[in-house]
Design a protein around this ligand. Structure first.
Ligand code: SAM
Length: 214
């Protein structure tokens, strides 16, 4: 996965590559999906959601520019895989999932695997998680109609928000860096994620039945 998918696609961040090489991704998917766990695709998980394609996990993790001492908020725990990656890159990870079944199973798996610095919270993360703000980095692996201003408010000075923004069929992956009262944006390219559903996201799932999201 690392040498055939990530490095050829210009993921050069050594900490991200090392983290992803060490995490047993097959444990984050259902038993009948394990043979495909390291393939270059998103895979279905429970509740009609997905574990993101490895390249996209790596791209987002690298874009967060983590050095090891950060507090990170992830919005969309899903399987818990990306939270495990973030746990190896930062000091503390708070991850929120709106589907109770996913939050429970991810929390159990992360606990079993010893990721003690990850806290899984069940709820609507489109509003962030004010009790632990500000965050050095916020990762949103779900497509939002717009950048929720409340997430910008929860960024520390110098903090990075990585979020896909745009219509359900295709979004642009944005990185927004806070510099005091200014927010500097750059566009990391086209992506296709499952929707961010909640008070500052979509009101419901607009996806067509046939889809191939990341
Ligand atoms: N990071 C995950 C992983 O490694 O498996 C993949 C995330 S999946 C692409 C997006 C997740 O975001 C889904 O599990 C979905 O239920 C969740 N989600 C969507 N809207 C949400 C919200 N408002 N708050 C929390 N989770 C949300």
């Amino acid at each position: 996965m690392v040498t055939e998918q990530l490095q050829p696609r210009h993921i050069h961040n050594k900490r991200v590559l090392t983290a992803m090489a060490s995490i047993p991704r097959h444990l984050f998917v259902a038993p009948d999906m394990q043979a495909q766990a390291y393939d270059d695709v998103a895979l279905p998980i429970a509740e009609g959601q997905t574990i993101s394609q490895p390249y996209i996990v790596a791209l987002m993790a690298a874009a967060l520019q983590l050095h090891g001492d950060e507090r990170v908020l992830e919005i969309g725990t899903g399987s818990g895989y990306a939270a495990a990656v973030l746990a190896l890159l930062a000091a503390e990870v708070i991850t929120i999932e709106r589907h109770r079944a996913l939050a429970v199973s991810a929390a159990q798996l992360l606990d079993q695997l010893g990721y003690a610095t990850v806290a899984v919270i069940e709820g609507d993360g489109s509003l962030g998680w004010p009790p632990d703000a500000p965050y050095d980095a916020i990762s949103v692996p779900a497509g939002a109609p717009d950048v929720p201003p409340i997430l910008l408010d929860q960024l520390a000075d110098g903090g990075r928000l990585v979020i896909p923004v745009g219509p359900p069929e295709e979004q642009r992956l944005l990185r927004i860096v806070r510099q005091g009262a200014r927010f500097i944006r750059d566009d990391l390219g086209p992506v296709r994620f499952v929707p961010l559903i909640g008070a500052a996201g979509w009101t419901h799932d607009h996806r067509p039945e046939q889809h191939d999201p990341r």
